[in-house]
Design a protein around this ligand. Sequence first.
Ligand SMILES: [Fe+2]
Length: 178
Amino acid sequence: MAAYSRALAVACGWDEAASKKLELAAMMHDIGKIGVSDAVLLKPGKLDEAEWEIIRSHTTVGRDILSKSSSEIIQLAATIALHHHERWDGTGYPCGLAGESIPKEARIVSVADVFDALSMVRPYKDAWSLEQIMENMTKGAGTQFDPYIIETFIRILPEILEIKKHWDVDGALVYKRT
Ligand SMILES: [Fe+2]
């Protein structure tokens, strides 16, 4: 998902250096999950409210871990960790920010993160078809996602799929619940 974030940043007009920094920072977006037990992260089936509360804490825990560093990339990562589950309509977490008050880096990463999550098998779900994913993401423009970033994502979909192909072959990564 970090590579998708970089491609999206370039397509949104960010320069190469800033986009590369975003890619590095995006890799740390879920670092707060080290504070969440596998019993919750890998639980098949539905979570209760208390378990959701624990899941949601990965954003603030991630920010707390990363914000201690003075490195520019780690500071960027702290912002992304905190805000990558905000929603454009203000119903996300943890801060309930809406629209352009959500830092752009977090808006980019949230689109990349959802595409990544939906296109992969997780313990609690199968991978979705590309058609289902694109329908879901298009529906989320203006509610879950920044509509401009979704428009950009659709425009560069061939490039995104090339990146995905690379990871499908080489990426033996195990992802957990986002
Ligand atoms: Fe997350």
